[in-house]
Design a protein around this ligand. Structure first.
Ligand code: PHE
Length: 336
């Protein structure tokens, strides 16, 4: 049989097989392989081309090409050509599909966003600071001169003689006051670094939200009222809060605020050092020395606060080890 005849009969045979395969989709990929795979009928036809009389070769070659195009078009129409190498009959379309987990917002970011929303609702605007700071912004301008014992409160990572990783977001107060005139009502969230022993309650980096309110008439009871408002908004009306007198060189008077965590389990003891209370922020009235260092009028009044984000996240979500917040363990993160 001449090759041309053969081509014709293959074409007929294909048409018949195709129409029966359309009724039974499990046969389609077999059919594709039979005709169009590397060892299939069409490629066999091409290999026989070498035996054809040279003068007939162009015609016969064209026919085989047309045949192949025709077959491919038929499979394309069925939308199955791409499945050629997979055995379609082994696919179980009733199986559930792969589930792709969506990312979620990290608890730290979530706490920052939620707290920012609360302060925005009472007129604070959000600014940001720098993680790399000069000694001036992190200490000096905040009334912590060199050799001041308060420097030991925050064990610092120095990058070189001038630059350091900020130990608190209070540094951003100074930047903001240098660049803006009072009245000021801002919060400034961000990351801070301290060379501390790593434990269930402290880590070498953490996050704070700094707050600063400067105006002509600002009192300590304004500060207390705003801190209580924030705690109730965030933790609910029944939250238990207490203020303790404290010391910061840049505020006078100063206080720390604790939130009641509970004291039932062993981890409650560890996290609250046996008190049941967790300290979440430091605050106070801006010390006049700080106004002096940014060349503000000494008659101004203001309050400042620094909220510890990780502590809040632990309280809010019942996280009993701060390190979980940094490990990127997907089993932990998926719960948020
Ligand atoms: N910067 C202090 C700290 O890191 C917190 C603080 C901020 C205290 C503002 C008073 C006023 O502990």
């Amino acid at each position: 049989m001449s090759l041309l005849k053969k081509i014709e009969s293959i074409q007929k045979e294909f048409k018949a097989e195709l129409s029966s395969a359309t009724k039974d989709s499990s046969k389609i990929s077999d059919l594709y392989n039979k005709y169009l795979s590397r060892k299939g009928i069409v490629s066999d036809l091409f290999s026989q081309l070498s035996n054809v009389d040279p003068k007939d070769k162009p015609i016969v070659g064209q026919k085989i090409n047309a045949l192949r195009n025709d077959f491919e078009a038929s499979f394309d129409k069925l939308g199955t050509a791409k499945l050629s190498n997979k055995n379609i009959s082994n696919l179980d379309f009733s199986l559930p599909g792969n589930h792709f987990f969506e990312g979620s917002i990290h608890p730290i970011t979530r706490v920052i966003n939620d707290i920012s929303d609360i302060f925005k609702s009472i007129g604070f605007s959000v600014t940001s600071g720098n993680e790399i700071e000069d000694d001036f912004y992190n200490f000096e301008a905040l009334n912590i001169p060199k050799h001041h014992p308060a420097r030991d409160m925050q064990d610092t990572y120095y990058l070189n003689n001038e630059k350091l990783l900020r130990t608190h977001t209070s540094a951003s107060q100074i930047h903001f006051m240098e660049e803006n005139e009072p009245p000021i009502k801002i919060i400034s969230p961000g990351r801070v670094y301290r060379n501390e022993d790593i434990s269930v309650r402290s880590y070498c980096l953490f996050h704070q939200i700094e707050g600063l309110y400067v105006d002509k008439k600002v009192s300590f009871s304004d500060l207390k009222g705003v801190m209580e408002f924030f705690s109730k908004k965030y933790f609910g009306e029944n939250v238990k809060v207490r203020f303790r007198p404290s010391y910061f060189p840049f505020t006078e008077p100063s206080a720390e605020m604790d939130i009641y965590w509970g004291l039932e389990s062993e981890s409650d003891y560890r996290i609250t050092k046996g008190t049941g209370w967790l300290e979440i922020l430091g605050c106070g009235m801006v010390d006049p020395e700080v106004f002096k260092s940014v060349k503000y009028d000494s008659s101004l009044k203001g309050y400042a606060f620094g909220i510890g984000i990780e502590r809040i996240a632990m309280l809010k979500y019942g996280i009993t080890d701060i390190r979980l917040l940094y490990e990127g363990d997907i089993r932990f993160l998926r719960q948020f």
